[in-house]
Design a binder for this molecule. Structure first.
Ligand SMILES: NC(=O)c1ccc[n+]([C@@H]2O[C@H](COP(=O)([O-])OP(=O)(O)OC[C@H]3O[C@@H](n4cnc5c(N)ncnc54)[C@H](OP(=O)(O)O)[C@@H]3O)[C@@H](O)[C@H]2O)c1
Length: 252
């Protein structure tokens, strides 16, 4: 547990399910007030808020599409009105159009890049004026698709590559303002988005068999490392990605 997170305000995007849900619950357990962002999953987001409150934590749900500037404006207006400050941004939500690059369109590229890469900068720009304590954390979540070719990942992999580069660029620009920007490179997990991959069952079984730790990751594995990166223990980690995949990437 990290007592310095008590009383901090954290925005977790895509927090209604998957990794985001586990991250929201962990930061709330650390004593942070958590803004549970969702786009479509309103009832799931309400459930996350209820679970956090039942466990003695504080949370509110706010709708917002991270890929749309106007929606982000509205979401940050609501954060300003309802909370008034922000210390932590977890850029977890991602949206991408799967398929091969040869069939991708400029529209696929634009919506994927907006939601999965540019959103990090768009949210950080809006969050900075709310980071009033001279202390802040911004964390992005990527996958090995940013560095390797995953068949059928199409424009999603390049968007993750851009997200990683933007994470380093923001880390450089914000380090002297007391805001640390880092990322987590997550291994395959069994979530709704990975279940949409063609042949998901086989992909998940294969990954489990070839992961040195003997299982694929889950949301709590990611949430623990998010909490660490938010803590003061991570004070000199800047512009880095921590791989959380049970050792999968060390195996050929
Ligand atoms: N699962 C994996 O194997 C894996 C591996 C490596 C990295 N990752 C990364 O980890 C992150 C979370 O993935 P996950 O598997 O937990 O996903 P998930 O269970 O499918 O959840 C994705 C969440 O993102 C939200 N979302 C999508 N587009 C959005 C938008 N434009 N604005 C706001 N919210 C949006 C969805 O919200 P609504 O339901 O409300 O629309 C949903 O709650 C993503 O960045 C993903 O790329 C996942």
């Amino acid at each position: 547990m990290y007592p310095e997170l008590e009383g901090k305000c954290a925005l977790v995007t895509g927090a209604a399910r998957g990794f985001g849900r586990a991250i929201a619950k962990r930061l709330a357990a650390e004593g942070a007030l958590v803004i549970v962002n969702y786009r479509r999953s309103m009832s799931d987001a309400a459930e996350v808020v209820a679970e956090i409150e039942k466990a003695g934590g504080k949370a509110i749900a706010i709708r917002g599409d991270v890929g749309k500037e106007k929606s982000l404006d509205k979401m940050f207006d609501q954060i300003t009105e309802q909370v008034g400050e922000l210390d932590i941004v977890i850029a977890n939500a991602a949206f991408g159009v799967p398929g091969n690059l040869l069939e991708a369109t400029p529209h696929h590229w634009e919506v994927t890049m907006s939601a999965s890469a540019w959103s990090l900068v768009a949210m950080t720009q809006r969050a900075l004026p709310l980071m009033k304590k001279g202390w802040g954390r911004v964390i992005s979540i990527t996958s090995d698709g940013g560095q390797k070719v995953i068949p059928g990942y199409g424009v999603v992999g390049p968007a993750k590559g851009a997200l990683e580069s933007l994470t380093r660029g923001l880390a450089y620009e914000l380090a002297r303002k007391g805001v640390l920007v880092n990322g987590i490179l997550a291994g395959l997990a069994d979530t709704k988005s990975s279940r949409s991959i063609p042949g998901a069952n086989q992909v998940i079984q294969h990954a489990s068999r070839h992961t040195p730790k003997g299982r694929i990751v889950d949301g709590d594995d990611i949430a623990r490392v998010v909490a660490f990166l938010c803590s003061n223990e991570a004070d000199m980690i800047c512009g880095q990605f921590i791989t959380v995949d049970g050792g999968r990437n060390i195996v050929g």
